[in-house]
Design a protein around this ligand. Structure first.
Ligand code: DLZ
Length: 158
């Protein structure tokens, strides 16, 4: 029988590092502002809750989710960040080219992650309708912005 080389108790799946010496960039889309504003609020408050200083959280807005790719890329070039978060909301019912935008942003951010020295955390809500987006931006299913903040802190010093 094979012997395990790793003691799984060495890995702590639940700890969240202290973020007081970390610097974050957030790019947020203006489209569906009720949703993206709530995502931003969740992300910023969670970063601060884990020690990030307000002056180390830099927020830039872009018109729509498609521009999140450009915005995140510019932030990687500017330097000085430990992690970048993108936040957007695409709603199928209101967006005839929903699939194009979702796939474009997803592929763009994935590609950036393979080239960038710092992680880019994916906070794009892709929902069938407005209610599903509300449920995931501070509603009954939590706030994707909070989750992205935790992921950014965990990935920042990877
Ligand atoms: C054009 C468009 C549409 C129809 N729907 C959305 C949406 O639901 N969420 C979003 O973030 N952006 C949307 N956009 C705007 C595009 O993302 C982009 O800003 C424009 O196509 C200009 O590049």
């Amino acid at each position: 029988m094979a012997t395990a080389l790793h003691n799984l108790s060495e890995y702590d799946f639940n700890s969240i590092p202290d973020a007081s010496n970390m610097c974050f960039g957030i790019v947020v889309a203006e489209w569906n502002p009720e949703i993206t504003g709530a995502l931003l609020e969740g992300a910023v408050s969670t970063l601060e809750k884990h020690g990030a200083l307000p002056e180390n959280i830099h927020v830039k807005t872009v018109p729509g989710s498609f521009e999140l790719i450009y915005g995140a890329h510019q932030m990687t070039l500017n330097g000085g960040f430990d992690a970048i978060i993108i936040l957007g909301s695409v709603i199928r019912g209101e967006t005839p080219h929903f699939d194009y935008i979702c796939q474009g942003v997803t592929a763009g951010i994935a590609q950036l992650n393979t080239k960038s020295e710092i992680p880019i955390i994916y906070g794009l809500l892709t929902t069938e309708d407005l209610q599903q987006a509300k449920d995931r931006s501070g509603g009954k299913l939590g706030n994707k912005g909070d989750e992205c903040a935790i992921d950014a802190i965990k990935m920042a010093k990877f």
